[in-house]
Design a protein around this ligand. Structure first.
Ligand SMILES: NC(=O)c1ccc[n+]([C@@H]2O[C@H](COP(=O)([O-])OP(=O)(O)OC[C@H]3O[C@@H](n4cnc5c(N)ncnc54)[C@H](O)[C@@H]3O)[C@@H](O)[C@H]2O)c1
Length: 414
């Protein structure tokens, strides 16, 4: 089997501690190997090089993973066939455009960018270079969401008229990390709900016409006397994170990947900024109403201070003849059809449900191989742009007191 050499730009939680790990998991099946890593943090690079070499060697695969702080050098390197951009979204544009221009295969994580301007620039580069890129909207790779889509397409619930995502999640991590400033994340709503907007667009199958939203920050409100970070704080606090463990999952991993998270000193790099530290300008909850050109309506209800629970994220679809409720953390679809006469439960959990994003990242990595071999991307840059346009319009509505925003007023790529 041909070896496909992967270069990862942004050696953090997503790039290394999720996607590179999954690449290792299916390396024999796909031929994918990580050969180059780029990050702005040299200590992160050292740790990740050691960590990934160790994971590959456990599978009997020899690797020669080189590191660089220069993204352009990684992209131009002959030892890279496929470039993965997994930096924070404020740093997607530069590497994404250079990678597209190199003619190599390109993966860019979601959200496509932190601003609509950057999203448009990436899509324009894709059109100019005629080099399609693949995106990381994980729900499109998850079995229950795909099954729900198939059922709707088959007419199981009749004509689809209403959709709702309810995502009440314990994601105070957004206030601990770089997501805490819009200048870096484009808002927590951009980071998380670009997934939800993409799901709505996917199921609607036509352009959105209008959106309105309300939201704000009620829980993670800044305090003038907040400590800088959890590491320096000894207060009892429900939001405390342990920076000495960073984002790693075991003692063995800690010895290979831990210190760079703990040693970070800048707000952008730290994973344990106090949630009350002044500077955060993102929302911690919001509600949006969307209407599509077909008349279909969608509603999104999201909070980042919700408790952990099996039903913390649900997706409900209502058609003329029935309805579907998807519960993400159980992988279960509850289906009512025939105007209420028939009730069914489908368990969509597969063997890999315990893997990251309920198995979606394994599917995504398999899809990277298919994409590398020439198939069109399962999730495209256009999907990324359409989600970004809804986020831009939704945030504009919230910032203007709930004003109704017409999507025709939101810039796009012709
Ligand atoms: N698809 C998904 O479900 C999913 C899940 C998590 C994260 N993500 C996305 O992945 C991206 C990264 O998120 P993360 O949680 O891994 O963040 P992270 O902070 O853990 O990792 C980002 C890494 O990029 C490095 N970096 C920052 N700026 C850089 C630059 N200009 N050039 C090179 N390296 C740079 C940082 O030092 C860090 O090591 C974000 O866009 C995020 O939204 C997607």
């Amino acid at each position: 089997m041909k070896t496909i050499n992967v270069g990862i730009i942004g050696a953090g939680y997503r790039g290394v501690n999720t996607l590179a790990e999954r690449i290792v998991d299916v390396s024999e099946e796909t031929g994918l190997r990580v050969t180059r890593l780029c990050d702005t943090r040299s200590d992160r690079l050292e740790e990740c090089q050691a960590y990934l070499s160790h994971l590959f060697s456990e599978r009997g695969i020899d690797t020669d993973i080189c590191t660089t702080e220069d993204a352009d050098a990684l992209i131009c390197d002959d030892a890279v066939d496929l470039v993965m951009v997994t930096t924070p979204q404020c740093a997607h544009l530069g590497p994404a455009v250079t990678a597209l221009e190199s003619g190599k295969r390109v993966y860019c994580d979601k959200p496509i960018a932190h601003t609509l301007d950057d999203a448009i620039a990436i899509l324009e580069a894709e059109r100019r270079t005629e080099n399609p890129m693949i995106l990381g909207f994980t729900r499109r790779y998850e079995a229950p969401w795909r099954k729900a889509y198939e059922l709707v397409q088959d007419g199981t619930i009749g004509d689809l008229h209403m959709m709702q995502v309810r995502d009440i999640i314990p994601f105070h991590t957004y206030f601990h990390r770089w997501h805490r400033r819009r200048a870096w994340s484009g808002d927590a709503i951009n980071d998380k709900s670009s997934h939800h907007m993409d799901v709505f667009n996917w199921f609607a199958g036509c352009p959105a016409e209008q959106i309105s939203g309300v939201g704000g920050r009620r829980v993670f409100v800044e305090k003038a006397d907040a400590p800088e970070r959890c590491l320096e704080c000894h207060l009892e606090c429900p939001w405390r994170v342990n920076p000495t463990r960073g984002l790693v999952k075991s003692q063995e991993e800690l010895s290979l990947t831990g210190d760079s998270w703990m040693n970070a000193t800048e707000e952008y790099d730290r994973v344990d900024n106090c949630v009350y530290l002044p500077g955060a300008d993102i929302l911690d909850h919001a509600s949006f109403q969307i209407r599509y050109e077909s008349g279909l309506i969608a509603s999104l209800w999201v909070s980042f201070f919700g408790p952990k629970a099996d039903d913390q994220e649900t997706f409900e679809l209502i058609g003329t003849k029935g309805r579907i409720i998807l519960t993400r953390h159980t992988g279960i679809l509850g289906i009512v059809t025939d105007y209420g006469a028939s009730h069914e439960v489908i368990d969509c959990k597969k063997d890999n449900f315990g893997s990251s994003h309920f198995g979606a990242d394994l599917e995504l990595v398999r899809e990277l191989k298919t994409f590398y071999d020439g198939s069109p991307p399962l999730v495209s840059a256009s999907n990324g742009l359409e989600a970004a346009r809804l986020i831009e319009a939704g945030l504009r509505s919230i910032d203007n007191g709930g004003e109704l925003i017409k999507m025709s007023d939101i810039p796009t790529v012709q």
